[in-house]
Design a protein around this ligand. Structure first.
Ligand code: PLP
Length: 438
């Protein structure tokens, strides 16, 4: 399988290079030169298949022969070692819970697969790979837990001191082992600037192999197509329901892009809803074809507060830059904070189900989509991107009640923070990296 850049001026690369480099040298995003396809016979063989069997079949198409099948199977078993429950709220409405991984958010799927592919290729190259990430919270913790204990890799995370939530800080600083947390006396922009400088520092790059793990990496997207494919198959096999519409709470649009890929390769998916909060650049594009990103607005669904989504270039490429073509597959719906809290309340009242603010945006968008279509006959799956206990303050305030905190989160809160405090001067980061034990 060959990957080329959406900007079309970089040389095509293998999955190994696309994984280890993330971004193409021309600034574009890597996509498969030809989208793999499952034939009807292949899909038939996957009827009733387990999540991991479907995941393996998809991964093989995207990875090709570059990783032997038995090793790839191991990677899948290792990566997808937690449940993906599909909860039925009413006849045709489901919530797919993507928050059963170690950090209680869907980013675990992408980070765990990327980590294992990076580890595999690092071993093949006989190199130690250093993953350098600036984080304001969620991505960093998924990356930290994803790479935890993966041989031939280590992670250095930079986060702004005092500017992440106490829970996020615990997630970033208690992994230990091959994961190193740097608490930077500065803001997120400082962290990002320092990381960028490290990537272009010739001296540093002579002694270290640096890579990033951000959400534009194709190996973070591939595993996110697994849960679309499995849910669409399972809905048909177990409930006799066909071609669901997926409502996807979106920020950088990586998740939605992975869904579109699952449909392009042949899985039985009807339609997509791009559910956004007040950050509605894509919703507006879908209306009039003008892409005019606005500055980021802070909302209750913080992980979706993105003014200029990084994966949008890939999505546009898939639809040949044609907003009408994209609109036939994707409906954009923007949901306000008032609607979000009202939805958390009404879903709890109607179904006794507690959803986090991001999931509530997705649920509300599905309701509005059905109202616009004048029908609720189409089966709908809302992707639940985070466990409600990650946003416990909003839930407490909205529902006026306490909720259970899962054991794996509670035990995390008791662990001891391990972080190195550094200034926002790049030289501090360079000297830290140069002195890091192998
Ligand atoms: C990252 C994130 C999103 C947005 O996902 P994208 O792939 O960036 O669109 C939604 N919900 C939660 C909880 C997240 O952490």
């Amino acid at each position: 399988m060959i990957y080329f850049s959406t900007n079309k001026s970089s040389v095509p690369v293998s999955i190994k290079q696309a994984t280890l480099h993330g971004l193409a040298p021309d600034g574009g995003l890597y996509i498969p030169s030809e989208m793999p396809r499952f034939s009807n016979a292949e899909l038939k063989l996957l009827e009733g298949a387990s999540f991991n069997n479907i995941a393996f079949a998809i991964a093989r198409k995207f990875v090709g022969t570059e990783i032997p099948p038995d090793r790839l199977e191991e990677i899948i078993e290792n990566c997808c070692n937690f449940d993906t429950p599909l909860k039925r709220l009413d006849d045709g409405t489901f919530v797919e819970e993507l928050f059963c991984g170690p950090t209680l958010a869907f980013k675990d799927y992408g980070a765990r697969f990327l980590a294992r592919l990076t580890g595999y290729f690092a071993q093949e190259e006989q190199r130690l790979i250093t993953v350098l990430v600036a984080t304001s919270g969620d991505t960093g913790s998924a990356v930290a837990f994803g790479f935890q204990g993966v041989a031939n890799t280590r992670v250095v995370l930079l986060y702004p001191s005092g500017k992440v939530s106490p829970l996020q800080e615990q997630q970033l600083t208690t992994v230990g082992g091959n994961v190193h947390a740097l608490e930077v006396r500065g803001d997120f922009d400082d962290c990002q600037r320092m990381v960028k400088q490290a990537f272009v520092d010739p001296l540093l790059n002579e002694s270290l192999t640096l890579t990033s793990a951000n959400s534009i990496n194709i190996s973070r997207l591939i595993p996110q197509s697994f849960y679309y494919a499995w849910a669409a198959m399972h809905l048909r096999d177990a409930f006799g329901l066909r071609e669901p519409v997926f409502s996807v709470p979106s920020g950088n649009y990586g998740n939605l892009t992975a869904g579109v890929m699952a449909k392009m390769i042949g899985f039985p998916i009807g339609h997509f809803i791009a559910a956004s909060n007040a950050n509605d650049s894509v919703t507006r594009y879908l209306e009039d074809g003008r892409y005019d990103p606005h500055p980021t607005i802070t909302t209750l669904s913080t992980a979706m507060d993105v003014g200029n989504p990084s994966n949008f270039a890939r999505l546009r490429y898939f639809f040949g830059n044609d907003h009408a073509a994209m609109g036939r597959e994707i409906s954009g719906i923007s949901v306000s904070d008032e609607e979000t809290t009202a939805t958390i309340r009404s879903v709890y009242d109607r179904f006794g189900y507690v959803m986090d603010p991001h999931t509530a945006v997705g649920f509300r968008a599905l309701e509005r989509y059905r109202a616009d279509a004048g029908s609720s006959a189409t089966p709908g799956i809302v992707l639940s991107t985070a466990h409600p206990s990650k946003f416990i303050e909003t839930i407490k305030e909205t529902l006026q009640m306490e909720i259970d905190i899962p054991e794996r989160l509670r035990s995390l809160l008791e662990k001891k923070k391990q972080a190195t405090l550094i200034s926002s001067d790049y030289r501090d980061l360079a000297s830290y990296l140069n002195n890091l034990d192998q």
